[in-house]
Design a protein around this ligand. Sequence first.
Ligand code: CAA
Length: 389
Amino acid sequence: MKIGIDKIGFYTPHMFVDMNKLAVARDVEPEKFTIGIGQSQMAVAPVTQDSVTLAANAALEIIDDEDRDKIDFVIFGSESGIDHSKSGAVYVHRLLGLNPNARAVEVKQACYAATAGIQMAKGHVALNPESKVLVLGTDIARYGLNTSGESTQGAGAVAMVISANPRIMELEEHNVYLTNDIMDFWRPIYSDKAFVDGKFSNEQYILFFNKVWEIYKEKSGLELKDMEAICFHLPYTKMGLKALRTVLDEAPEDVRERLLENYQISTTYNRNVGNIYTGALYLSLLSLLENKELADGSRIGLFSYGSGAVGEFFTGILQPNYREYLNIAGHQNLFKSRKEVSVEEYETIFEETLPVDGSDIEFDISKDPATIVLSGTLDNKRQYVNKNR
Ligand code: CAA
């Protein structure tokens, strides 16, 4: 039985800051951000968006009545969780009006969590072929104003329906995964901003890729020439390129050119959104699929990396007419309708956070064009609104 990605949706907040302008404000050469880091725009999340609303908005785009009935498992992958106890999946389940006879859980391992969710979903569908699983990768990347990680922030979510007979991509066998307890990036419970050992995190990302790729080749008997493209977890678009370059010598010139060209296409959306942690790899996949017509049957490699750290390499096969099941126009509109904010406005929005003393607050949700928004907190409970229901 084929199991894989049947639908894929995406949401990013309605505001962004221009990386050239951020560079000027930080007294850095713009090329450092646009070429050295490889980012053009960075999504800015208003206080009315959190990991729950981003995920729900991404899912809203792809869920129909049949999915509402058949989805019996919601997996919320995030490192921007809003509660130590209750999972974000339960809120999303309600906001989307899904079948009550469903499991709903949150999965955490830095940027790797959505990949763990996909693999769990695959197992669930193998045992229950009629089921559909909603997998969410949703995050707001925050390092802080004037920090070295600032240029690699971002916000957004990817939602995927995993099912039998998938219409977009079948997931193949031969997954290779690796865990090692390291401190390259982490966020203690008391902090709303990440801590990072930047250079070490770059090194470990590449090391993990090299290790899983070597084992993958042995296990599968496949090589670079068998990959139409490789999509990477993209904390910033230069990162995947650094990793890809370490293995390109293994391939003949034509394969190198193909992989480099497809890599650039796979960074299109990420370059204008920034790091969305758990969703970043799948946003890269979406960029590739929506910005190039690849042949049916093409094999796509995927490298997932979650600091701390867990890495995985796996592959998928594009299904016949897969482009008919994408929402290319919808995503182009999402990007076109975004509004640029100045660096000063971004700084003000960044500092606007929920009260941490338990007091109530009510937000003006008319300023946020998203369908699903956070309207405030009441009695220590986040208040969510689906404007269409
Ligand atoms: N023109 C062109 N390029 C320039 C330039 C200019 N004028 N000035 C500098 N550059 C280049 C540098 O040469 C460098 O390129 P290389 O890496 O290819 O050598 C690049 O711009 C970045 O410069 P620095 O290394 O000096 O940048 P930095 O020290 O300020 O920080 C960073 C970069 C370490 C990525 C930092 O932004 C950071 O810590 N980010 C968060 C951590 C992160 O994203 N790590 C990635 C791996 S971990 C992961 O993937 C999980 C996750 O999601 C967090």
